[in-house]
Design a protein. Structure first.
Lengths: 349, 349, 349
């Protein structure tokens, strides 16, 4: 039997199946430093132990998206090695704060399977869970991905499209954010006076800055997450493909956009949930990423007066500044748009 | 009111004003590893806990320039986002040793303002201070920078050029260097036998090696310092600018030159002060950096027999080896010279 | 006397001489994170404290090759600054597990000297030893390198070619691997069910994936190891050389190939010894590295039932997938082959 992992094809998945992914990973201060170096993130809670302690954390937590990427990376060898496209995310909730020294594992449950009419591919829906060795969950999300069939003639392994929430309910937010002492939250050190009540639904914010991406950067990032998807690393094969070159991991785009969004959302320090996300267009090395946000909603958290939630649409573009908040031309996305992400962030009241 | 930071223009500064900068940062072993990976620094005190402990440190301190860059990076959003040019540094003193786990903050006091005759720009002088959460100072320096006016017609906000020392006094050196046990300083492990008395004023040292810089490297470094100056990251905007491409952070050049200077100054392990520095020409990715040093002065520290101070001129060039110590052609710098730095280093007696 | 290190020439070496190399280095979680980011390594013992503890380590050890590169890097300024070619390795044994916080030093003993018939160069054989400050050895290996003479007329400093073992004896393996609890080794989390008995001598494994290398990546890696060999960093000088560009550190190739080999050898978690290795062709930035392995031998370790040893040939290529296990065309290596490495790996019984 082959000792190398060929990846699963569509007909290899079973509804209800739970997949335990390799490789356990202890995340450290080294990972946090690399994350800062790769994205230039400046949210003070994640940047400073002193700031984090003052408001109620035992020390600076790891960036939520670093946790997401490490948990996500583990799923690639089992779920998406033979994927044609990553189609979407939903119901992503951050459930527990993660600190340097914590170890992360991931399992995925197959919650939906739908063959495409061509019979060449099918869509696989998984609910992936990141957890610590004590079994406590740190992150949960649904993703669906179009996967090749090995054999077109094979019968579809199932036929179920799961019902997914379009928005994570406010009552489900905040598990990964301890009660914080808002009076100890130093808005001067954080870099902005704007808090919960200062953001209005409908408000749009251009994050102004642009960040050009290099091949070395996205490869270093994606390997840090132990994400092995071949399209990111193998120029020899990619040059022969339809795309023609290495494709940048979509999570790298999310982290770049989130980091750029500090300029305008400096106190929205914690991502509590991701309602959905689409990688509208690919990003390549040499492109410059810009971003803008729209406040979709503003919600109090049941039983909490320390922080509130902003529902934000985060849009990233390439080689296209965002002063006019580019999104669609008619029904289609503008060609420069690369990411359309819908998430809940927590911010001091 | 805009939630994004537009940066201050010349007329927004006030003499005597103290600016508390965002973002607090806990520096870690992760930052130290990245610093080594970016510059290849080999000074043993910063490289080895065992070496550092043997001579009197509790553990290996962070590289002085890493501390400088982190402290400096915080000032960019408030001081130099609309800067035309970084004109100079003076009176920079390292005041306290910094170890992994320490958190750094920065404040700046406006100590000088001088409108230029064009009335389009002005020079802002700030004294910036890096400090720990307990208030203890780790670093202090003056920098002056040419800043655009928002409105040419606006009155100058002040008219004072501060008097600055051309050289930091020897009596002010050494606060960030604990008393060291010179007998425990292993010159073999350090890589050189040369100590204080072996360097003569007037002596010039070619540091021989060259280091080529890549876009990914300087971007990773500059983001690590949470320095947000746009010229370093945004190829899309830079391509349209007069410069035509991304400009490398001047501090990256200083760190490269300092690291190259190990070959010839292996025991000059601590930067105690920077008397002044000029970025004579820009550095771009693909250029190869070389460096040479001149011993300007040699001074005993009052009350200390463990270490002495060398006043060094550190000159960096691009695509130009330094065997003949290139500096000026007539009154002007040679076109290949990119850095002319004047600093005090401590070295065992 | 010159303060910069000119490197040793062939006639500067003496048989039996022991060279104490600079620079001591404390390796940290920061180095481990960078190692993961540079190679994407996924061996669970090195990736997870929890996994390592479960089987008997106090915490996750550092990757064996990271230890090798750090120990090796120290030898460059004294041994190979004037080297023409790195000719080979032998008798490399890993002797003690290394954890974050440990400090590494290196000494080398000159064990062979052989002038070439041209009298322009000679071969220097050294046995290098990596050790901790308490004197305990962590690594030992022999390397030989062709070094320029300063003066062709100088007499050869010695004439001895040492006898070297072609294979490290099985009885000498395992010192750096504590007794492990194989029942606690989670093969699911490790990513493969294959253990000692599942590998047969003669078996060949294509590791499938390819990894393209960027200039920034190999420079960051090689500086992390404080390896100062000029050919890796100085594009200005290299452009004028016969090679025409920067050459990638051979150790970078070994680490890339080892990391790729996870796909097929996921449980071969520890490199116990390197029997020999040849860098058959140079690697340059932009090339894509592939790898395959052959199981040469399978051996039980005397007195140990927890782990066994696989003797593996690890072959790396550039821009050449390895499905057909490329190696030689007649007597010569195929032009695409860049590495031919022979090593012992430990794997659970």
């Amino acid at each position: 039997m082959a000792k190398t992992n060929p990846g699963r094809f569509f007909e290899d998945f079973r509804l209800g199946e739970v997949i335990h992914h390799a490789t356990p990973r202890t995340v450290t201060a080294g990972d946090a430093a690399l994350y800062t170096a790769l994205y230039g993130s400046r949210f003070p809670v994640q940047s400073s132990d002193a700031f984090a302690r003052a408001i109620g954390y035992p020390s600076a937590p790891l960036d939520d998206l670093l946790v997401f990427h490490v948990v996500f990376g583990k799923t690639v060898p089992d779920i998406s090695l033979n994927a044609v496209a990553n189609l979407g995310y939903a119901e992503c909730r951050f459930l527990k704060v993660v600190h340097p020294g914590d170890t992360l594992n991931t399992t995925s449950e197959v919650i939906g399977l739908k063959e495409n009419s061509s019979r060449k591919t099918g869509v696989v829906y998984v609910r992936s869970t990141g957890y610590k060795p004590d079994g406590s969950k740190v992150l949960e999300y649904v993703r669906w991905v179009m996967v090749n069939k090995r054999d077109e003639a094979a019968p579809a392994p199932g036929d179920l499209v799961p019902t997914l929430q379009s928005v994570v309910d406010v009552s489900a937010l905040g598990a990964a954010c301890p009660p914080i002492d808002s009076t100890a939250y130093d808005f001067g050190l954080a870099g902005s006076r704007d808090r919960f009540a200062d953001y209005e639904p409908g408000e749009k914010i251009d994050h102004v800055d642009g960040m050009t991406v290099e091949e070395a950067e996205h490869q270093i990032a994606t390997r840090l997450y132990q994400n092995t998807a071949r399209v990111h690393f193998n120029e020899f094969a990619q040059a022969k493909s339809r795309i023609g070159r290495r494709l940048i991991y979509g999570g790298h785009v999310i982290s770049l956009a989130r980091s750029l969004s500090f300029n305008g959302l400096a106190n929205a320090f914690h991502i509590a949930a991701i309602n959905g996300g689409r990688h509208v267009n690919p990003l390549f090395a040499g492109d410059t990423v810009f971003a803008w946000s729209e406040v979709i909603d503003r919600a109090e958290l049941p039983g909490r007066t320390d922080v509130g939630a902003l529902r934000l649409r985060l849009v990233a573009t390439k080689d296209r500044p965002c002063a006019d908040h580019p999104l669609r031309t008619g029904k289609d996305y503008e060609p420069a748009v690369i990411l359309d992400l819908d998430y809940w962030a927590l911010i001091p009241r």
